[in-house]
Design a protein around this ligand. Structure first.
Ligand code: AR6
Length: 181
């Protein structure tokens, strides 16, 4: 039985087996949760990311500035690294979709939660903390991001005991609290 809990706070301050990072395909860091995790977790996480990246296939993705990203983790997938100095055993990096008004990318957002839980199961993680993936820099409307997050976790079979959503502000917390758990 998986329990879903909600916490208002900073994901880098959580004590759990696995902390999920809302990363980008490059796995080389960024702003938001990604920036906070690398800052607080220290250089061991980036060192692991670089190694993982070298084993990934080349993608045709380009950064928003048009630079080819080269090797990258496809949107909707997840991989694990050390958690460095964070109070966790692993960081699970997943790449959320950028929100689009013209294309329905919800399946990719749902995939981030499912794939992260699959990786958590492979690792043997029993407690996992998720941020509101795609609901920051990637522009996903918070209510919809919360609905997809909670519904997907509820519908996914996993050995994880606790899925903790860590919401950075009151608005995000309220959006998650409105979802039936
Ligand atoms: N703890 C918990 N939640 C946080 C934290 C934190 N420390 N910091 C921000 N949030 P975002 P995305 C919230 O932008 O939309 C990066 O540059 C934030 O308020 O971190 O998936 C990556 O490299 C929002 O509600 O992730 C990618 O390029 C939620 O976490 C891109 O941003 C997600 O915001 C990914 O964008």
């Amino acid at each position: 039985m998986t329990t879903i809990t909600l916490v208002r706070g900073d994901i880098t301050e959580q004590s759990v087996d696995a902390i999920v990072n809302a990363a980008n395909s490059s796995l080389l860091g960024g702003g938001g949760v990604d920036g906070a995790i690398h800052r607080r977790g220290g250089p061991a996480i980036l060192a692991d990311c670089r190694k993982l990246r070298a084993s990934l296939p080349h993608s045709r993705l380009r950064s928003s500035g048009g630079t080819p990203i080269g090797k990258g983790l496809p949107t909707g997938q997840a991989v694990a690294t050390t958690a460095g100095e964070l109070d966790a055993r692993w960081v699970i990096h997943t790449v959320g979709p950028v929100y689009s008004q013209s294309l329905d990318r919800s399946a990719l957002l749902a995939s981030c939660y499912r794939e992260s839980l699959r990786v958590a199961d492979e690792l043997g993680a029993r407690t996992i903390a998720f941020p509101a993936i795609s609901a920051g820099i990637y522009g996903w409307p918070m209510d919809d991001a919360a609905r997809i997050a909670v519904q997907t976790v509820r519908a996914t079979e996993t050995s994880v005991d606790e899925v903790r959503f860590v919401l950075f502000d009151e608005r995000a917390y309220e959006a998650f609290a409105r979802q039936p758990r």
